[in-house]
Design a binder for this molecule. Structure first.
Ligand code: B12
Length: 206
């Protein structure tokens, strides 16, 4: 853990931006752990250790990304039902917070009905659902269905590794509004749909 933290500290001191650490260091390291585990060269213990180290690093780096929410844009970010992969959820949340969104991060595996209840109460502009494996497809479908039945309905965005594969063709049929791979692309697309207040308006509002 000390070595990983030291390497990240050195990268930050050398001027590497935090988003680049997320997408250029932490994400590839985890994908490599997954590949190593899949071919039998890494154990579940190795994966758990990498997950714990990454969680701790995100705890350190997240606050450096955040900007105070300022213009009332609210997003809910969660793993789809039965989805236990949560680091992508955290990263997406941090990117949104970095662009001034207020974020309710529900973590992994929120049941569809409970998610819909919370969204009905909180009225976010956007719900970002993360799904990693094909086994998560029914849960994602349930969640999209429950959200689509709300009035008003939020913008529903799907993301995560499930949609990199053949399931992407199913995504539109589920009734989601967007499928987006990269948190930076998400931030850019949401800026178009929900433009942040210009700085002078913020000052007047604040
Ligand atoms: C750590 C890990 C686990 C941990 C997760 C712990 C935790 N607290 O998150 C645990 C042990 C729980 C786990 C369980 C399983 N895992 Co696993 N896991 C991983 C591993 C090694 C890393 C996951 C990760 O954090 N990646 C890094 C994050 C940052 O990447 P990401 O999720 O893709 O997110 C990025 C983007 O996709 C995007 N994104 C993600 N969501 C969204 C949403 C929106 C809206 C947007 C815009 C963007 C976006 O933003 C992120 C930043 O760029 C991966 C390897 C891999 N390739 O990822 C395997 C992997 C995902 N797991 C795998 C498997 C098979 C499983 C299990 C089925 C194993 C088992 N037999 O039990 C279970 C499934 C559990 C479940 N029901 O979900 C396979 C999936 C293969 C497949 N196609 O089916 C992988 C790919 C490993 C492999 N190579 O085989 N796993």
């Amino acid at each position: 853990m000390g070595a990983a933290r030291g390497a990240i500290d050195a990268a930050l001191e050398a001027g590497v931006p935090v988003p680049d650490v997320y997408l250029g260091v932490l994400q590839p390291a985890l994908y490599e752990i997954g590949r190593c585990w899949a071919v039998g060269n890494c154990s579940v213990a190795d994966e758990h250790s990498a997950t714990a180290v990454t969680q701790s690093l995100l705890g350190m780096l997240g606050p450096r990304m955040r900007t105070a929410p300022k213009d009332g844009r609210l997003a809910v970010v969660t793993g789809s039902p039965e989805e236990r992969h949560a680091l992508g959820v955290q990263m997406v949340s941090d990117f949104l917070e970095g662009d001034g969104w207020e974020v309710l991060n529900l973590g992994a595996s929120t049941p569809a009905r409970d998610l819909a209840r919370l969204v009905d109460a909180e009225r976010p502009d956007v719900v970002a659902l993360s799904t990693s494996t094909p086994a998560g497809l029914p849960g994602a479908a349930d969640a999209v269905g429950a959200l689509a039945a709300l009035e008003p309905r939020p913008l529903v965005v799907l993301g995560g590794q499930l949609w990199h594969g053949r399931a992407r063709e199913d995504a539109g049929r589920l009734g989601a509004d967007l499928v987006v791979d990269d948190p930076r692309e998400l931030v850019a697309l949401l800026r178009e749909r929900f433009p942040p207040l210009p700085p002078d308006a913020e000052e007047r509002a604040g």
